[in-house]
Design a protein around this ligand. Structure first.
Ligand code: SF4
Ligand code: SF4
Length: 232
């Protein structure tokens, strides 16, 4: 591991706009020639999240897209920095991730990287939950062969007996299971029900189809704590 390159990369990612950065050793997760990963995180604005606890909004859709664009810029800047230093790097921008709308998968383990980078756990909602912002976050990943000094993975859920996301899901898609590392996504959430309901609600409420909802994370107590800290 190389402490210097780790700290230099952290500084680069923070200066490029990341709010939190974590580093993950992905070798045991089957990563090939790029065994390390940085996870960068940006919290969503509290005012926007506060408005989606009942229904998705156009404001949330616009914010979701603009934060994703910011994240693309951050991981691209990190990759350029690593290339200059002589390392390989793969920034998983939205274009590279090739989001598959039928499987709702990108082919890259974003959330696994986030847990292994110590940023949070996977909630009963199947979303990353961070102690600081709940699930009101967007994340992006940068894979590399630079020998990063990695953070301690989070391997335990802190959802406890909470059931709020399951109880509030309009699709009844959340099963209520407690996450453990390497758990299949389907054990946590029925993605077909979730996706269908997201599209339908956006169309009914805002007049266009988009696979976005957010109710499960807007009502999460960890997200609520973040909102309260910001006056909501
Ligand atoms: S995004 Fe909406 S529909 Fe999907 S699991 Fe969360 S609350 Fe349910
Ligand atoms: S609402 Fe409760 S159960 Fe769901 S992710 Fe948040 S803490 Fe976990």
């Amino acid at each position: 591991m190389d402490t210097n390159i780790t700290e230099e990369l952290r500084t680069k990612l923070l200066q490029s706009g990341a709010t939190l950065v974590g580093f993950a050793d992905m070798q045991s997760a089957g990563a090939g020639n790029l065994p390390y990963a940085a996870c960068v995180l940006i919290p969503l604005p509290p005012a926007v999240v506060n408005n989606i606890s009942e229904a998705p909004t156009v404001e949330y859709w616009n914010t979701y897209n603009s934060v994703n664009t910011l994240l693309d810029g951050i991981v691209n800047a990190g990759a350029a920095f690593l290339h200059e230093k002589g390392y390989s790097a793969l920034p998983v921008t939205r274009e590279k991730a090739r989001w598959n709308t039928s499987t709702m998968r990108t082919g890259y383990p974003y959330k696994t990287v986030a847990t292994r980078a110590g940023l949070g756990w996977i909630g009963k909602s199947c979303l990353l939950v961070t102690p600081q912002y709940g699930s009101a976050v967007r994340i992006a990943t940068l894979f590399t062969d630079a020998p990063l000094k990695c953070d301690t993975p989070v391997e335990k859920s802190r959802c406890g007996n909470c059931d709020i996301c399951r109880a509030n899901c309009p699709a009844d898609a959340i099963h209520g299971a407690t996450w453990v590392p390497a758990m299949e996504r389907e054990k946590l959430v029925d993605t077909t029900r979730c996706r269908g309901t997201m599209k339908k609600r956006m169309k009914e409420i805002n007049g266009f189809e988009a696979t976005i909802c957010g109710k499960c994370f807007a009502v999460c107590p960890y997200t609520k704590k973040y909102l309260r800290r910001n006056g909501y």
